[in-house]
Design a binder for this molecule. Structure first.
Ligand SMILES: Nc1ncnc2c1ncn2[C@@H]1O[C@H](COP(=O)(O)OP(=O)(O)OP(=O)(O)O)[C@@H](O)[C@H]1O
Ligand SMILES: [Mg+2]
Length: 257
């Protein structure tokens, strides 16, 4: 790649020295450093309680760093730029019902862009484009609560895509999906031209979708490297309470980036 062009594009996400203690005094992050370039797909792995969700909540300013910085596409996450940051960082929460609250799919997907000032035919086009990306355009007039869980998960992804985010952050995107829906969501994520950070306990899914993985353990990044190499490192895996599913051998799976 042309080095001049590379230098001109800021990283999608830059986290430096991020530490955070909850108000009750429980410290969840102890100095997290990571950088994700534009267009990368990165898995964030780690055992229960490692601090993954706490980290995600810092990416769009829901939580604010006790120490350290978070920068999205060159913009510091903080009170000053919060509206812009929320447009740039699309978070898909684990439970789609936390994200869908309007009477129709159209209104849910339109909500973010409308709040950002979009109206009329532009807004409708944006809604249909986002729903088209997740294969849900024909459900535009349906109430979200009449959809199946997997369909609601897709609509939740569309509500975020409609904002045309710089980075798409997904917390456990494959949980509670049947195998076909899980694969279809993988196809959708692979087809998108967006930076992705995916929190997951589904290690084969991480390998399939993300060329690079981070292991967050006890509030620090314990490993950062090619997903296949991390998963094949038995000592690293057991050291951080990560277990591959029975019979799964990462060395025999061909991951596609
Ligand atoms: N509101 C809170 N107040 C106090 N401590 C909290 C709060 N939320 C989370 N914690 C603690 O912070 C640590 C990190 O929690 P977090 O939810 O970020 O973990 P996680 O990696 O997302 O885990 P999981 O895989 O179970 O989703 C845990 O020890 C947890 O008990
Ligand atoms: Mg979590």
């Amino acid at each position: 790649m042309d080095p001049v062009v590379t230098a001109a594009v800021p990283a999608s996400l830059e986290v430096a020295g991020l530490a955070y203690a909850y108000p009750d005094g429980h410290q969840a992050l102890f100095g997290v450093d990571l950088s994700i370039e534009r267009g990368e797909r990165v898995a964030l792995l780690g055992p229960n309680g490692a601090g993954k969700t706490t980290l995600v909540l810092h990416l769009n300013g829901i939580l604010t760093a006790g120490a350290g910085t978070v920068t999205v596409a060159g913009l510091p996450v903080g009170k000053r730029h919060l509206a812009e940051i929320r447009r740039k960082v699309g978070i898909v929460f684990q439970d789609p019902d936390d994200q869908l609250f309007m009477p129709t799919v159209r209104e849910d997907v339109a909500f973010g862009p409308a709040a950002a000032g979009m109206r009329g035919p532009d807004l409708e086009a944006r809604v249909l484009k986002a729903l088209g990306q997740v294969g849900m355009a024909e459900y535009v007039d349906r109430p979200p609560h009449h959809l199946s869980f997997g369909q609601r998960r897709r609509v939740a992804v569309a509500t975020v895509l409609a904002m045309e985010p710089e980075i798409l952050v997904l917390d456990e995107p494959s949980s509670n999906l049947d195998p076909a829906s899980r694969r279809e969501l993988a196809d959708i994520l692979r087809s998108l031209d967006v930076t992705v950070l995916m929190v997951t306990h589904d290690l084969p899914y991480a390998l399939e979708l993300c060329p690079r993985a981070l292991i967050l353990s006890e509030g620090v990044i314990a490993a950062d490297g090619p997903t296949g190499e991390l998963l094949a490192d038995a000592d690293l895996m057991s050291g951080h309470r990560l277990e591959l599913p029975f019979g799964f051998d990462p060395k025999t799976v061909r991951a596609h980036g």
